[in-house]
Design a protein around this ligand. Structure first.
Ligand code: AHG
Ligand code: MN
Ligand code: MN
Length: 335
């Protein structure tokens, strides 16, 4: 059912729920709670330059990365709100080594994996950053969940999305019935439907890749992206390059305009033989979104991201994601 632009996200969620008579409203409640957390993070992001919230927290996370104050603020905001929402049985976050329990007495039937703030390197330079989230249904019976509830293939997600703190704050998510974008009106604190049923163009317009890693890619990956750089009028190539170092922002632009984002594995960092991006809270949710929008997401050896069975909370995967025609070609070349 196509809803009129301008409908609020709460109304959109309620209308979607009405289409499923057996729905208990728990997924709707989960999304609404997550939206409140996102608004809180967005408000902090928008005044980060003023509130002594820029810069490093002085800590490093399990990824070995320096944790920014805003990373920590976003992480705590989501954990504190969602742990007592009553909709979750367990969570995992980029910023937490192990699984995160929910508050006793508040266990629910879903799980949440999230990147509280994606694009951290851009926080201090006022470039768009975002929060990425992924929701699964629990597989254990009741009570506090465990890793079995979290380590599920992307194909089994019930919802996935992101909040992009950019020139405007946008919420983009899917529950398996199309991808819908909502823009925040900060004067009233309400998200309004601004992009109904987003479909990504069949062919890319942009290529998003960190060319600085080229010497470290595998030979066939180097050959493939060299091929993309050659003149090919039939495919309107070479594409323009757009890469700003925030996955969520690069992904969003490519979703709307058509684009190919790639972060192949590289030998630059021996600790990260499978590339930099994480499966559970970066590649998997974006893969659900792009497939719902008519695109595709694979690894740099041709596996579908959504079919990967996770083995570790912070498992990394090489990622090639975007317009279908381009990902199909990449799959053929790299498989
Ligand atoms: P995060 O800030 O959550 O650690 O993610 C950063 C990721 C992703 O957002 C971006 O695409 C990528 O790191 C950029 O990596 P490079 O700077 O190596 O290109
Ligand atoms: Mn990230
Ligand atoms: Mn992050």
């Amino acid at each position: 059912m196509r809803r009129p632009l301008g409908v609020t996200v709460s109304r959109h969620i309620m209308d979607s729920q009405r289409l499923h008579p057996k729905a208990t409203g728990d997924l709707s409640g989960l999304l609404n709670e997550l939206i409140v957390a996102a608004k809180t993070i967005g408000a902090e992001v928008n005044m980060a330059g003023l509130a002594d919230i820029l810069g490093m927290s002085g800590k490093t996370n399990i990824q070995g990365e320096e944790v920014q104050k805003l990373d920590e603020f976003a992480n705590r905001t989501i954990i504190n709100r969602m742990a007592r929402s009553g909709y979750l049985c367990v969570m995992t976050s980029e910023e937490e080594d192990d699984i995160i329990p929910v508050q006793d007495g508040y266990t629910g039937k879903y799980t949440l994996a999230f990147d509280p703030l994606d694009g951290s390197s851009n926080i201090d330079v006022n470039v768009s950053i975002g929060t990425i989230f992924s929701v699964h249904r629990r597989v254990t019976a009741s009570g506090q969940g465990d890793k079995r509830d979290i380590l599920q293939a992307g194909r089994k997600q019930v919802a996935a999305g992101y909040i992009l703190y950019g020139s405007s704050t946008m919420l983009v998510f899917t529950t398996g019935e199309g991808v819908h974008g909502f823009t925040l009106d900060p004067s009233v604190g309400e998200f309004y439907l601004s992009h109904a049923d987003i479909k990504t163009p069949e062919r890319s317009k942009y290529l998003s890749i960190n060319a600085g890693n080229r010497p470290y890619w595998q030979q066939n990956v180097r050959d493939y992206f060299d091929l993309l750089g050659e003149y090919d009028p039939e495919k309107d190539r070479p594409y323009s390059t757009r890469y700003i170092g925030s996955l969520v922002a690069d992904f969003h632009r490519n979703l709307i305009t058509g684009g190919l984002f790639a972060y192949p594995r590289d030998s630059r960092n021996p600790d990260q033989p499978h590339g930099k991006l994480r499966l559970l809270y970066e590649a998997s949710p974006l893969a659900m979104l792009i497939e719902e929008a008519g695109g595709r997401a694979i690894t740099d050896d041709g596996r579908n991201i959504l079919d990967i069975e996770p083995e570790d909370l912070h498992q990394r995967v090489p990622l090639i994601i975007g317009s279908k025609a381009d990902v199909d070609e990449a799959e053929e070349f790299l498989s």
